[in-house]
Design a protein. Structure first.
Length: 197
């Protein structure tokens, strides 16, 4: 079995050189449950999310952040679905990405999902710069999270992001542990770029 130090380095086989923060980024499920995230680190990743690009500067995204051991973390973890609950509790923090689908006046926010995605991408890069790794999850009970945090109707939980320090893959069940150390793959560039001149 590969050790945790090796799993920290899972770079791409990209066709072009990338900046190291993008080259080295990956989404672990094996987190070190003894590792913590400092106030400064958590503030830094949330600040990166805050400064991400936003359509018309509407900023239709909100966040709920809880560090392991807090009531907020427990509430978030309770509303993860399926396999996510078996590993995410070891992360140092869980962050709910919340969409503001409409304004307080009821006007639609058509780019809310896009804006939230951009902010979580910025959070991810900042986390990596802080020596942390993130794993974003769609398998969540959105209605349960909204109720647990008494969110106004215009706010919709959309994703949960685990943040922490990589741990040993052996803490995962066998199939997940194998995925943790498998080569990273993506579709080739010529399959995802439809037109380039």
């Amino acid at each position: 079995m590969t050790d945790a130090a090796t799993t920290l380095s899972r770079s791409t086989d990209s066709s072009q050189p990338l900046v190291p923060l993008l080259e080295e980024r990956w989404s672990p499920r094996s987190y070190d449950e003894a590792a913590t995230i400092s106030d400064d680190q958590l503030d830094a990743v949330l600040e990166a999310a805050r400064w991400a690009a936003s359509a018309q500067n509407s900023q239709p995204r909100r966040f709920i952040a809880g560090r392991r051991g807090t009531a907020t973390f427990r509430k978030i973890n309770e509303h993860l679905l399926g396999f996510n609950q078996t590993w995410a509790h070891r992360s140092s923090a869980l962050v709910v990405g919340v969409l503001e689908n409409v304004t307080e006046d009821g006007d639609a926010r058509p780019f809310a999902q896009y804006d939230l995605g951009q902010s979580l991408a910025a959070l991810t890069v900042q986390a990596h710069a802080e020596g942390l790794h993130v794993h974003q999850m769609a398998g969540i009970d959105a209605k349960g999270l909204a109720a647990a945090f008494d969110l106004p109707e215009r706010f919709q939980p959309f994703t949960v992001t685990a943040i922490g320090t990589v741990g040993h893959p052996s803490q995962l069940e066998e199939k997940a542990a194998q995925r943790e150390v498998a080569p990273r793959t993506r579709l080739p560039l010529d399959e995802i770029v439809l037109v380039k001149e």
